[in-house]
Design a protein around this ligand. Sequence first.
Ligand SMILES: [Zn+2]
Ligand SMILES: [Zn+2]
Length: 269
Amino acid sequence: MKKSVVSKEYQKLQKDIIELQEQWKTSLNPDCVRPNLDKSAMEAGVPVNALAAIDFDISLFLQWIEDIGELLSKYQPEIETSMQSVKNLLDEETAKRWIDEAFAFNYIYFKSFAEENDLDGWIPQFVAETVLRPYLQMTAAKVQDEIHHGVHGAGCPVCGEPVRLAQLEGEGKKVLHCPRCSAHWNDRRVACSHCGNNDHETVKILTIEGESAAQIQICDECKGYTKVIDTRQYIVKPTPAMLDLNTIHLDFVAQEHGYKSAGETKQTN
Ligand SMILES: [Zn+2]
Ligand SMILES: [Zn+2]
């Protein structure tokens, strides 16, 4: 299996973005995120962040936009002008709208924002999603102790991101990890993490040649897949975002076989 399906350049950029987000997080006041845990909403599959109160700091937001603009321009110098227009367009009201729409996965809003303002189609959503993540991760860190299980089909219990990554822990327990907000929760090893199907005729494993610590669980009921990585031997455990990025070739294998991580959000164009 070739790992070179994704360019080194792309992986390097993604890695830089993840590092930038880690830095940003350190400048956030932990009190700016106040989750409101509603058990019945959670059991109905409503993600925690839908009910969280977030005080959103506009000056930080603009600083982060500048940071991400600089980083992107290092890889694609032609992007500098677009990032400058983004900055000029973002008054407080628009910035708040961006956060709300990024929370709601509202692709249509961002697409029309790009069209109206003559920006490359991917830029507004990409930027909004990138600056939203530190807030999502802070929300997840605050509620992690209360998160044990998810609702099949509802995605991440904290941020709603479709499931695609699991790690094996302990005796081989399957723990789902969200690359977007870093929340984790338990799932049955044999069950499809999308629809909960646990029929061994239709939930199968794709093994990857030359990779003993990685496999792909696939489900013929819902056509979903989950990457299952055995990180028990890892000396340093990568963050879910890094692990997801380092195993992106597995997503391609699964998708080539016709499986999907339903409603998947893409970070880039
Ligand atoms: Zn999440
Ligand atoms: Zn399924």
